[in-house]
Design a protein around this ligand. Structure first.
Ligand SMILES: [Mn+2]
Length: 157
């Protein structure tokens, strides 16, 4: 069982990057996602199979995908979703079709603005995550339903 770690109260960047790790990085394995406080316990830092949007480390060959300092001087220069997506593209995994999702996730995570982001907040992934968080208290359930939604959203792209 592969263990993917991200942060508690996950935003779209944490959720999409964890989902990409499950469905594309570890597609041949069973995997689970753990949501931990921002100060990730040392043991998990060292032994998790993948860290996304936590850990302050960018080391793709070791499956560490965070964009916050000191990994990147400016946390808004990229996002966890973009980092794991670019790594998979570089290693020949078929993820090109996720480009639009990656772009709006990046824009939302780094306080950018665009028509595409506005639309996402109306009826796209940002809206869906907000809806699920209002409906469910349990993060694991929010994540589980968001994964189903993302698979459907991206299957015809
Ligand atoms: Mn992020």
């Amino acid at each position: 069982m592969k263990q993917i770690v991200t942060h508690a109260d996950p935003d779209l960047d944490a959720i999409v990057s964890a989902w990409i790790a499950q469905d594309f990085l570890f597609q041949a394995h069973k995997s689970e996602v753990l949501f931990v406080s921002r100060n990730v316990p040392e043991k998990l830092m060292l032994h998790a199979d993948c860290l996304v949007d936590v850990g302050n480390t960018y080391c793709p060959e070791n499956n560490r995908f965070d964009h916050k300092p000191p990994a990147f001087k400016n946390r808004n220069s990229t996002c966890a979703t973009r980092l794991i997506w670019e790594y998979l593209l570089d290693t020949g995994v078929a993820v090109k079709h996720l480009e639009h999702l990656v772009e709006i996730t990046y824009q939302g995570d780094t306080h950018r603005n665009s028509e595409a982001l506005k639309q996402s907040r109306i009826d796209g992934p940002h809206a869906e995550l907000k809806r699920l968080k209002t409906k469910h208290k349990d993060t694991t359930e929010v994540y589980r339903q968001m994964v189903l939604w993302l698979r459907n959203y991206t299957k015809n792209l």
